[in-house]
Structures are given as C-alpha cells and as structure tokens.
Design a protein around this ligand. Structure first.
Ligand SMILES: NC(=O)c1ccc[n+]([C@@H]2O[C@H](COP(=O)([O-])OP(=O)(O)OC[C@H]3O[C@@H](n4cnc5c(N)ncnc54)[C@H](O)[C@@H]3O)[C@@H](O)[C@H]2O)c1
Length: 285
C-alpha cells in the first residue's frame, strides 16, 4: 500500500482521540468513516469535532468553507462492515488488550487484503494486537497526541513483524496530515509514555505527600522546566482513567518504578476522571 492509493481512512472509536484523528484526517482531504458502538457516541464524536473546528475558525486556523468540506468528508457509523473500503484504518478504542484484539480480528475479516491497520494505543504491544490478524506485517502503531488537532507529534510504533513498507506508509500519512513523527520499537510505553507516566505519577505522589499544593507543583514544573502544563493539569487533560490504565500496563511489564500513585487510583474509583468528567485534580465547567 502506497500513500497515493489511500483515499478512505477508517477510524474506530469516536472518543477523545478518535474524533480528533477523524477531524485532522478529513481536513487533510481524506474521506473518513468513523465508527463507534452506539449512535449516541458517534453523534458525540461529531459534536466534539464541530466544537474543535469552532475554536480553530475563531483562531483563523481554518476557514468556514474548509470546515464545511471536511465535515462533509466524514461519515459516522456503528457498523464494522462500513470500514470494508478503507485503505487505512486507525483504531482508537478503549485501552484494553481484549477489546483491541477483538476490533483487529473484526477489521482483518472485513477489510481488503491491502488495508493497513494502525492502533493509537498508548502502551499496549503492537505485536500482541497484530497477532490476531493474518497481516501482522501491515499493522503498526500510529500514536497521536492529545488534543490531536493541536499536537504536532505522532509516534510510529514498529511491531515485531511490521514491514518497512508499512512504517513508510504510516510516516508519509502522518506527514501528509500535517504531523511530525519519530519511531519507537514495540516496547512498553514506547518513547513518550515510558517517560511521561512516571513523571505524572511522581507529581501526584508529591501532592499527596504534601510537598506543595497542587497549583505549586504545576507551577514548579511549568516555570522550572519550561513544559506547557504541570503533571496534575496534564493528567486532568489526558483523563485520569487513561493515565491509570497506561500506568498499570507499564507497572505490569516494567515493575515497581511504574507503580501507579495511590491518589490516582482513588480519584478514578471516585469517578473524578479529569476535564472530561468535570472534575479531576481541578474543577472544570
Ligand atoms: N486520551 C489521551 O490523551 C490519549 C492520548 C494518546 C493515545 N490515547 C489512546 O487512544 C485510545 C482511545 O483513547 P481515548 O482517550 O480516545 O478514549 P475514549 O474513552 O475517549 O474513547 C474510546 C471510544 O472507543 C469506543 N469503543 C470501545 N469499543 C469499541 C469498538 N469495539 N468499536 C468502536 N468503538 C469502540 C468507546 O465507545 C469510546 O467512545 C486508547 O488506546 C488510549 O490509550 C489516548
């Protein structure tokens, strides 16, 4: 599969990442089929896309005409069969190996033999996800960053059997939709989350152990190391459940230095998931 032959991109999952990936892909001129498990979740994905486009129009990043054209290129569905004509499919469902393997098994059965299948997983093994398909050489990780329309980076994750041709296609596609890439071997957390998750968890522990109040922990890191957000604010933006899932996978694979912070688990158990639920370490409207 070469980039010139990619016309239609399937996106599985219309949540935080899936709707962002659909938005940037359609903006770049591709036809997009976005699938989730219910009409409501597909509709919520479209609402998020419109809201994000609204912000970009207000900032003069895109025009109303471009928004209209991009929106018209996105089709929503709850049917896996509607992904049959996709040349590239990007999976962005819940961070759970069983769910991802079930999606990849279905995609392998539904899509044509040349279709490349990508996962947006933050930490799970691309090799293990690919193992349920008959085309592991056509499976790679395309790990977008949140929020997708704003963040430039896409991590290319190379599984045990991913072919060079598939990596090239992933890289060219990411560049074509305006992103920049780096390559990571299929090891837990790849580059970004391997380094980011312990940083966030240490910020949560520092808060829990009374080193400073939460705003000062975030100010310390933003002013002291020139990052745009401190660990507590960033965790709220990512979703505390997503941070916990990623931390647990890394803990399982890499041991004690990745142990999730106790307060992170308590917040998730309480349903305080960050910005998306209105409350995490901070409150949101
Ligand atoms: N949130 C982040 O900051 C972030 C960043 C990078 C990568 N990721 C990764 O992206 C993936 C998605 O994360 P998210 O934050 O968008 O989660 P989310 O919970 O916002 O969205 C996941 C969506 O997948 C849907 N889904 C579940 N099973 C499905 C199926 N079989 N078919 C179609 N849709 C299905 C859910 O209904 C939900 O709408 C995860 O693997 C996560 O680790 C997340």
């Amino acid at each position: 599969m070469h980039l010139e032959t990619v016309d239609t991109v399937g996106v599985v999952g219309a949540g935080t990442m899936g709707n962002g990936i659909a938005q940037v892909t359609a903006t770049a001129g591709y036809d997009v089929v976005m699938r989730d498990v219910s009409e409501e979740l597909v509709a919520a994905g479209f609402e998020e896309i419109q809201s994000s486009f609204g912000t970009l129009v207000a900032r003069d990043t895109v025009t109303e005409q471009e928004v209209e054209a991009a929106t018209a290129r996105i089709t929503g569905t709850t049917e896996m069969d509607d992904l049959a004509d996709a040349d590239l499919v990007i999976e962005a469902v819940t961070e759970d190996m069983d769910i991802k393997q079930s999606v990849f098994g279905d995609l392998d059965a539904v899509c044509g033999p040349d279709t490349v299948l990508a996962s947006n997983t933050s930490t799970l093994s691309i090799t293990t996800i690919a193992s349920v398909t008959e085309r592991p050489e056509q499976v790679l990780g395309l790990h977008f960053m949140n929020p997708v329309p704003v963040m430039k980076g896409v991590e290319l994750v190379v599984g045990e059997k991913t072919s060079d041709e598939t990596v090239t296609l992933g890289r060219e596609f990411a560049h074509d939709i305006g992103k920049e890439t780096w390559e990571a071997d299929d090891k837990p957390g790849f580059v970004v989350n391997r380094v980011l998750m312990p940083w966030i968890n240490e910020g949560v522990r520092a808060y829990d152990e009374g080193v400073a109040d939460k705003a000062d922990i975030d100010r310390g890191l933003t002013l002291g190391t020139n990052v745009p957000m401190g660990p507590l604010e960033l965790a709220d933006h990512i979703g505390l459940d997503v941070v916990l899932d990623a931390s647990e996978t890394l803990y399982e694979e890499l041991g004690d230095r990745y142990k999730p912070a106790y307060l992170l688990k308590r917040k998730v158990a309480a349903g305080d998931l960050g910005k998306k639920s209105g409350k995490g370490f901070y409150n949101y409207d």
